[in-house]
Every structure is written in C-alpha cells, then in structure tokens.
Design a protein. Structure first.
Length: 546
C-alpha cells in the first residue's frame, strides 16, 4: 500500500489511527510517508492532537508559551525522532487502547521536539496568506491625499476602493499591467485589476497588449481599451475622452450601443446632450506626461535634503555608528562610518553582498541575498542605553529568524535585533549567563504587503528607564519592561547576518541571514525619544511630505 499526501488514502489512514482501527498495512504506509514528508507530518500532528484533545485529559499536551519564549534561541536544540509512527501487529492494532498509545505517543514526541512546528502549521500561517490588492502605487510627486485618509506609500499594494488625491501626480499600476496617471484633485475608484472608475478629475491611461480590455467608468461613459493610450477629464455632468494612440470602445451610460474611436479622435459627453466629436488634445494632458521628469527631480531634491540632515546627525556626540552606504572605497568591500564622534570606529568590512539602488535613484544600498552576505564591525565599550535604526527593504522572511543586527554569540550584555518569520520584530538582551536573557517582541508588523517597500525600523533599549520600544516608520508598535539592566555591549557584530560563536556547527537553525537591502544604519549610545525617532523617519522618507 502506498499513501501520498494529500489524498483520500491519507485521510482514511489518519482517521483510522485516531479511531483505533488502523491496519498494519496502513500503519507501515503512513509511517513511511510521515518520515519523508514534513507537510504531511504537520497535518497528521494537527489531526491527532485535535482528536486527542476532544477525548483525553486537557493537560496531556504542553501549554503554548507567549511570544517571549526561547523560540528565538534555536541553539537549545531539538532531536528528530527516528520514526514518527511505529508499526504494530494486526492483533495489537485492533486493540483500541494500544492504537491510542501509538497516536498519542507520536504526537507527544513531535510536540516535545518543537511545539513551534505545530504553531506555525495552523491555517493562519503566512504561507497561506492572501491579498486583496489589485494595483500598486508606482510613482508620486508633490502629492496631497484626501483628509482623514492615510497616504499610500510608494510600492504599496492597493486594494479595491477609493483613492482621493487633492493635489500632485500619482501613477497607479494595475496588476493587469495597465498604467494610469492621475492629477489631483481626482477621485478614482479601484475596482479590479482590469477595471477602474473615475468620478472626477483627469487621468491618462497606457494599456499594454496584456491588459487589452481594461475599462474605466465615468458617470457618463464606459471606456474599454482596444490597445491604446487615452486621456479622460471628468467634471460635474461632463466627460471628455481623448484617444492619444490606438483605439477605444465607447459606451454611453444611458445606452447599450458601442462605438469605436481611433487615434486622434475625441468626444465630449455632457448631461443628456448628444455626444460631440472633437479632435484629441494631447497638450491638455501635458502635465501628466511630465510625471517621470518631475519624479526624478523630486527624488533628487529628497536625496539632497537627506544628505543635509545626515550631516547634522553625524555631529551627534552619542552617535557610535552611522553607515550612509555612500562613497564606498574603490575596493567596495569597506563601509565607512560617517559619525564624527571622537574615537569612533572608522569602517566595517563587507562580506559578499551586492551594490544596488537605494531609496532614490542616486542613493546606494547593499543587498543581502545569500547565507554568506554580511557586514562585519566592532564597537567596543559598555553602554547604559542603545538605539538602533535602519532603512531596509525586506524581500522575504525565509528564515525562522532574520538578522538585522546581531552581536557575535551570546556574551554578557550583547544584543540581537531581528525579524521573525511571522513579521514580529525582536530584540534579545543577554544577561550575565548564556541562559539568562530577555526576548522583547512586537506584534506581527512586517506583513507581506510591506515586502519590497523601504521601511524605517528602530528599537530603543533604555537602561535607566528599564524599557524597550520598537518603532516602524516613526511610529511606536510596542513598548515593554526591560528586566536586564546595563551595561550593554556590542563588540564584534554583523549587519544582516549572525556569527554563531560558541555554538554547534552545521546547525541549520543558526542560519539567520537577512533577505533584502539596507541603505542606512545608525547606532546611538543613548535612548532616542519618540520625537527623535519620527524625525529620523521623516528626514529619510522616500516621498516628500504629504
């Protein structure tokens, strides 16, 4: 008998184990599957554990710990069983009590070797995450968004709903490939990857062949692309359509008939009057075609503003390290510390990594891809407080623990700053012994929709006030009591990776490399307050203030 997963045979075998009626053949086949297929093993654990909870003592299984458990410390070790499910003779299998022992023993062994496997296998795991987004914000220049609405960030996924732009230009790229540039004031409804509604304002749409059939509704018309670019100008009771390239299909809101308009043609539809044909006026949409040039100019201005603010930051006497990732030496394997603090370390060493574009086209960043990529540095001294801040672009959280900044090993007073696989920010503070530590976590804040976006992350370790606070984009996301007092130390440490000094080699859980890019990092020997964290975010924000 051969059991595969998923299949009805797997369902029958798992159910038979739970009910005490599994045959020798089923047990042997299931045993072979569970040893070789971790997904099937996780599903088996869930089913047996659920069945056992319904029929046995409530204290049979370990209680799930809070998010501040030693789950961050995989070095404590886990032993894999030689067999998840042992075979039994047909006579003993028919004994319901023995079958219960088989099922429960298998579950207890696997749960004991790592309850986190069970936890991350629940239906809410990130692997099964979905998104309702249908488009993304690709460019924005001098934007002022509607009151009471959080301004969308560059590269942010956009779900169906209304976008209200009071001023400026924004380019929306639909998942179908259609590109729409809007100019405020405008009210645009995102309906689907292939459909939008324009209640008021002006836009231009460029439709590649893959998005043929893209539709935009106005109060007076429905415009369907036939391979084209066109402009729309909608005012109260009036719609103007200008076909700039290719052709479109036009349907009036009050009629069922359709008509084609080709390049150079246009139409005005006003209230109940018959539509009036006009010549397309490309000049009327000239400001929308300036988006790219204006975007480049705005990026250059923001970059210059960031450089000016950086010079002021460099003079902060509490600044231990600031990497701006600019002007690397010709060798490209040394990263300069631009802090002007007396006696500060001068440079760090780049291992692996690739130079890529940062927050702006003129800005440089380091991309971390493989298990070898890292930046090595050494910061001597003892400190009462620390603040760490970085601009990062997360590409994925494919490790259980993804390093942002980690001291080597677990020496007394050292810190480990990381992102957990479920988007939780974590800071580990090591006490006087390796088994004396505190893990301070945030809620799950780095959700999948934030991947690929530039984010400002910061954590404040305030020794005198005994608190740890995590921040994302200048806003606090958690604050908790600090139980381990100073002094805190850095010593030899790494950006984007971790050197597991003093722990078993070849342990896969030790691999904690970051997957993404970083283009600024700051380390202060004092606890920055909320206003200072917000200032650091706003001075480095890729978009201009909105």
């Amino acid at each position: 008998m051969n059991v595969v997963f998923p299949s009805g045979e797997f369902d029958d075998a798992a159910g038979a184990v739970c009910n005490g009626s599994a045959s020798d053949e089923q047990l042997r086949a299931l045993n072979g599957l569970l040893r070789s297929n971790p997904t099937a093993r996780d599903e088996y654990i869930l089913r047996v554990e659920l069945h056992s909870r319904l029929a046995s003592e409530p204290d049979l299984f370990p209680k799930v710990e809070s998010d501040e458990t030693p789950a961050f410390h995989g070095w404590r070790g886990r032993l894999a069983p030689e067999s998840v499910l042992a075979t039994r003779s047909s006579r003993r299998v028919r004994d319901r009590k023995v079958a219960w022992i088989v099922a429960l023993a298998a579950c207890v062994v696997v749960v004991a070797m790592g309850l986190w496997i069970f936890q991350i296998s629940r239906p809410t795991e990130r692997m099964g995450a979905t998104s309702k987004a249908i488009a993304m914000l690709n460019r924005a220049v001098d934007t002022q968004w509607g009151d009471g609405v959080e301004a969308p960030r560059l590269s942010a996924p956009l779900e169906p709903g209304w976008l209200r732009l009071n001023a400026g230009l924004a380019q929306i790229v639909f998942y179908s490939g259609a590109r729409v540039v809007v100019e405020g004031p405008v009210e645009l409804e995102l309906i689907s990857p292939n459909e939008a509604g324009l209640l008021s304002g002006r836009l231009t749409a460029e439709i590649p062949p893959e998005a043929r059939g893209f539709r935009i509704h106005t109060p007076q018309t429905e415009v369907t692309d036939l391979g084209t670019s066109f402009g729309l100008d909608v005012k109260t009771g009036r719609t103007e359509l200008h076909v700039l390239k290719g052709s479109v299909e036009l349907r009036l809101a009050a009629q069922t008939g359709r008509r084609n308009l080709t390049e150079g043609a246009g139409v005005v539809v006003e209230n109940s009057r018959p539509p009036q044909l006009i010549a397309a006026n490309r000049a009327a949409f000239a400001s929308l075609f300036d988006l790219q040039a204006r975007s480049v100019a705005a990026d250059a201005q923001r970059f210059d503003q960031w450089q000016g603010a950086g010079e002021r930051c460099n003079a902060d006497p509490a600044l231990l390290v600031r990497f701006d990732f600019e002007d690397p030496k010709p060798s490209s394997w040394q990263l300069r510390n631009v802090s002007r603090r007396h006696g500060a370390m001068t440079e760090a060493t780049i291992v692996g990594c690739q130079w890529v574009e940062g927050r702006w086209s003129k800005k440089r960043a380091l991309e971390f891809r493989g298990v070898s990529d890292r930046v090595r540095l050494n910061v001597p001294g003892d400190f009462e407080s620390l603040t760490l801040a970085a601009w990062v672009r997360v590409q994925g959280l494919d490790r259980k623990l993804n390093s942002l900044f980690m001291c080597d090993g677990f020496d007394s007073g050292t810190v480990h700053w990381l992102i957990r696989h479920d988007g939780v920010l974590g800071l580990t503070i090591v006490g006087t012994r390796s088994d004396n530590y505190q893990i301070v976590t945030s809620p799950s804040v780095l959700t999948l929709d934030k991947f690929g976006m530039w984010l400002h992350l910061s954590v404040v370790l305030d020794g005198p006030s005994r608190r740890v606070a995590h921040y994302v984009n200048g806003l606090p996301v958690s604050e908790k009591e600090l139980k381990l007092g100073p002094p805190y130390r850095i010593g030899t440490a790494e950006l984007g990776n971790w050197n597991a000094t003093g722990f078993p080699e070849n342990n896969p859980f030790m691999i904690r490399n970051f997957s993404g890019a970083m283009d600024e990092f700051c380390l202060f020997e004092r606890a920055l307050d909320g206003d200072e964290i917000r200032e650091h975010y706003h001075r480095g924000k890729p978009q201009s203030e909105t």
